[in-house]
Write a protein that binds this ligand. Structure first.
Ligand SMILES: Nc1nc2c(c(=O)[nH]1)N[C@H]1C(S)=C(S)[C@@H](COP(=O)(O)OP(=O)(O)OC[C@H]3O[C@@H](n4cnc5c(=O)[nH]c(N)nc54)[C@H](O)[C@@H]3O)O[C@H]1N2
Ligand SMILES: Nc1nc2c(c(=O)[nH]1)N[C@H]1C(S)=C(S)[C@@H](COP(=O)(O)OP(=O)(O)OC[C@H]3O[C@@H](n4cnc5c(=O)[nH]c(N)nc54)[C@H](O)[C@@H]3O)O[C@H]1N2
Ligand SMILES: [Mo]
Length: 778
């Protein structure tokens, strides 16, 4: 395609119009988007970027020695091969692992040894969604696969919310709480802040970035936003904005201090507790100290959090005096004992008892996702059927390294004891575990274990550099699709913007070709091509639109036209029904109420009420003497995760190609560090080289390094030391984070918080590894 006219497309960070100008894309956000995301510009240079994969690749060691465990994964070279040979090699290995049309009707399925969790964000289209495609493929050819449950976003929080509230999504996110806050709230207590940075994103699409406007209008009306976070820029500069900086991981102590004050001053809404909750009387002895001799007073909380007791008392009184909304970000629970702050935030909101009034109450993840706090759609979306997974086995998603390293080993999840499967084949499409997982050197050791690893991606990620067979996929920009998401009011024709780069194929085409070689083509494709599938998926939404007497164009007209406005649900939120009639519309918890005490949590081995459980790595632990800084590894401003890390918005946030870490200016001065210095962050798991940015916005004792730099481990001897350690020279924080579970209840990821030491890298600075060289080719 030469230069093209403007066409529509969509991404997790927004819908847009674009046209091709030579190898670049000119991108304009949707006119109606009040606050478009700069991340859109990362698409501008991707079409022919050197990081793109242009040919199937096979790992040299696998080609020579055949399938089997191999510690060379991650440091081997790759041989380009043609498509037919690559597909033959892959199909032969899949067949050896048991794939094919004849699967046992009962008894063990070959898929019981295949990990197809394939966690990751893929791209936004409803049909080409890579994770859905790989699941459908594995269900077709293996009868199923070992899957994964929960997310890296929210596992500890999701599990605790399910047990004590019924369901996190339906109960606390699926309602119009932004509108309520804008019009009615007096005070918003934002644990983890309400940062515009993460709210750029919503899974599947985010056409209208409305959070800034809601907050500005609320603040102009007099609503006060209090950001409780180690980073001051986790809340935009609103009139009257307040910022409180507890030590990271101590929010639950701050909340308990507030709760104690409410209880002591008779500010608890007893009616709300009686009507809508259960178990307060079993929590109270812990709060007052009758149980353990330690009253959870604001003074007690000050010693843990570093927040003055007077501030905590004042917050409690103000929260009880007006209409208060309590919200907690995902980040709080991506930490050891991450269940506790989310549960306690819910309990605090219940004690305030204002959830029955608009603008009051509780929400989870309002500051984490552009979709939270918006009403859900009133009609079904086009959805690719994934088929049936007949393998019942799964892992909590963040236990991937344990699964591969310890087949047969027992672990707990939601109070059950389970054991890890014996995995021989790993298939990943649409995710980047060497972005998302913790303790990446351990993950490398885990990836040495299977017989074979197959990865599809459009770029040469560190995950591809651990695979045996790598298939180069097209970009979303190079294909047509349907853009839609559960809380986004537009259905978007995602119009192809460029011809596929030579040598790449759609994931669907790759799976179709493999299915054909395995004798499973028809069950996989059902005789349809990509456009045929999209027309079929679209029909369901089109019919629903027609039933509602809304414009419902034929598929071809829709794909050639403008985005369609979709109806959203008005009223009827699940929590509102519960509040209207707690007997008839009880929650899906054991007691039907909000559980301040949970028997199921107690049976799973944790205390039965929310409580302060210090993690291993926080500023108050012994380990902080060796590693005195709390690393906050949060979401990157200029991209989604590792995606398009080489794009202009992302690169503008780096210094000489290396990711930047921010620390408090006084801490930097004390360590003799200046802006732009190359510094080493390290702990017992490894090191990361970053460029330093001193900043007043970061609380003392904290160093913030967002995720997203492409993992490039090198053996290096730190200045003044005599032994080599492994250092990510590009600045990926996940070489430093711990691969342990939030708890044995949820097994959630704890990537947000760990402890590190910070030193200047003196002497020659090791070069960064360019994106095109992460996977060594040729
Ligand atoms: N330390 C720390 N770690 C974290 C977090 C943290 O806060 N701290 N956050 C966690 C969270 S919340 C998440 S959700 C995870 C995110 O982790 P991931 O979702 O795994 O990260 P992405 O970079 O989005 O990976 C998506 C991959 O899919 C590829 N891709 C995109 N489109 C397509 C396609 O059409 N086909 C194919 N085959 N591939 C495609 C992209 O190129 C990219 O490599 O990270 C987690 N990791
Ligand atoms: N630009 C951009 N936006 C994104 C993403 C992205 O990659 N890039 N990823 C998306 C995804 S998949 C997800 S799941 C969400 C994640 O949403 P979140 O997990 O909410 O986002 P984070 O940026 O990781 O964390 C938000 C803030 O929490 C604060 N924080 C960390 N630890 C603590 C603590 O112990 N106490 C308190 N009070 N605050 C703490 C940090 O200062 C951090 O800036 O973001 C989404 N949005
Ligand atoms: Mo996430």
């Amino acid at each position: 395609m030469d230069d093209t006219p403007f066409r529509y497309h969509s991404s997790h960070w927004g819908a847009f119009r674009a046209r091709r100008q030579g190898a670049r894309l000119e991108i304009t956000p949707l006119e109606q988007d009040p606050d478009p995301s700069p991340i859109l510009q990362n698409f501008a240079t991707v079409l022919d970027h050197p990081a793109r994969l242009r040919q199937p690749l096979v790992r040299q060691g696998w080609l020579q020695d055949g399938p089997g465990p191999d510690p060379r994964r991650g440091s081997d070279r790759y041989v380009p091969i043609d498509w037919d040979r690559a597909l033959d090699l892959a199909a032969a290995e899949l067949a050896r692992q048991g794939a094919g049309p004849e699967l046992p009707a009962r008894g063990p399925l070959p898929g019981a040894h295949v990990f197809g969790g394939s966690y990751g964000w893929s791209s936004a289209g409803r049909f080409h969604h890579a994770q859905s495609q790989v699941h459908r493929f594995l269900n077709t050819v293996f009868g199923g696969y070992v899957s994964s449950v929960d997310t890296y976003s929210s596992a500890a929080g999701e599990v605790i919310m399910e047990l004590v509230l019924g369901n996190a999504v339906r109960m606390s996110r699926d309602h119009d709480c932004w509108a309520g806050i804008e019009q009615h709230a007096d005070l918003v207590l934002a644990f983890g802040g309400l940062p515009l940075r993460p709210m750029q994103i919503a899974s599947g699409g985010n056409s209208f970035h409305t959070a800034r406007g809601h907050m500005e209008r609320a603040a102009a009306r007099g609503c006060r936003f209090v950001s409780i976070s180690p980073l001051d820029d986790d809340l935009p500069d609103l009139p009257g904005a307040e910022r409180i900086r507890p030590r990271p991981a101590t929010d639950v102590a701050l909340m308990l201090g507030m709760a104690w004050q409410l209880q002591a001053e008779g500010l608890v809404n007893r009616d709300y507790l009686a009507r809508y909750t259960s178990g307060y009387e079993r929590f109270l002895p812990y709060l007052t100290g009758a149980e353990d001799g330690t009253p959870k007073t604001p003074d007690w909380a000050e010693a843990i959090t570093g927040v003055p007791a007077a501030t905590i008392r004042d917050l409690a009184r103000r929260a009880a005096a007006g209409r208060t909304h309590v919200t907690a970000t995902y980040s709080l629970q991506r930490a050891e004992n991450g269940e506790q702050p989310i549960w306690m935030a819910l309990v605090l909101a219940a004690m305030l008892g204002q959830w029955t009034a608009p603008g009051g109450g509780f929400s989870y993840s309002l500051g984490s996702m552009g979709s939270t706090g918006k009403p859900p759609l009133a009609l079904p979306l086009p959805t690719l059927p994934q088929g049936r997974n007949r393998v019942p086995d799964f892992i909590p998603v963040a236990r991937i390294a344990d699964l591969l390293l310890h087949p047969g080993q027992a672990y707990t999840y939601k109070g059950e004891t389970r054991s890890y499967a014996d995995i021989r084949l790993v298939y990943w499409a649409g995710g980047n575990p060497f972005h998302h997982h913790q303790d990446l050197q351990r993950l490398s050791r885990a990836f040495a274990r299977p017989d074979t690893i197959i990865v599809h991606d459009s770029v040469g990620t560190a995950t591809a550099a651990h695979a045996d067979l790598v298939f180069p996929s097209t970009l979303t920009l190079e294909r047509s699709d349907i853009g839609a998401a559960s809380h986004d009011p537009l259905l978007i024709p995602m119009q192809q913007l460029a011809e596929p780069l030579a040598g790449t194929r759609d994931d669907f085409a790759i799976f179709s070709a493999l299915a054909a070689r395995l004798g499973c083509e028809t069950p996989y494709t059902e005789g349809l091509d990509a456009a045929g599938w999209q027309a079929r998926l679209y029909r369901r939404t089109q019919e629903a639109l027609a039933r509602m007497d809304l414009p419902a164009p034929e598929f071809a007209a829709f794909m050639a036209g403008d985005p369609i406005a979709l109806p959203v649900q008005e009223g009827g939120a699940r929590m509102a029904r519960f509040h209207a009639d707690p007997e008839a519309a009880g929650l899906a918890t054991e007691t039907g109420r909000i559980e301040i005490w949970s028997d199921r949590v107690a049976r799973a081995g944790l205390p039965g009420h929310p409580c302060w459980l210090p993690p291993r790595e926080w500023l108050g632990s012994d380990l902080a003497r060796r590693f005195p800084f709390q690393l906050v590894a949060n979401q990157p401003r200029g991209k989604l995760h590792s995606q398009l890390d080489f794009g202009p918005t992302s690169m503008a946030g780096k210094r000489d190609g290396r990711d930047c870490a921010r620390m408090n200016a006084a801490d930097a001065a004390r360590l003799g560090l200046a802006a732009g210095d190359t510094v080493l962050l390290r702990n017992d798991r490894g090191g990361a080289l970053v460029a330093l940015q001193p900043s007043e916005a970061v609380m003392p004792g904290v160093i913030q390094l967002s995720t997203g730099a492409w993992y490039a481990p090198r053996r290096l001897t730190p200045p003044g030391e005599d032994a080599e350690i492994t250092v990510c020279v590009n600045g990926n924080p996940n070489i430093l984070t711990a691969d342990i579970a939030a708890s044995g209840l949820s097994q959630g990821c704890i990537g947000q918080l760990s402890l590190v030491a910070v030193t200047r890298w003196t002497g020659p600075v090791p070069p960064v590894v360019p994106h095109a060289e992460i996977l060594p080719r040729g």
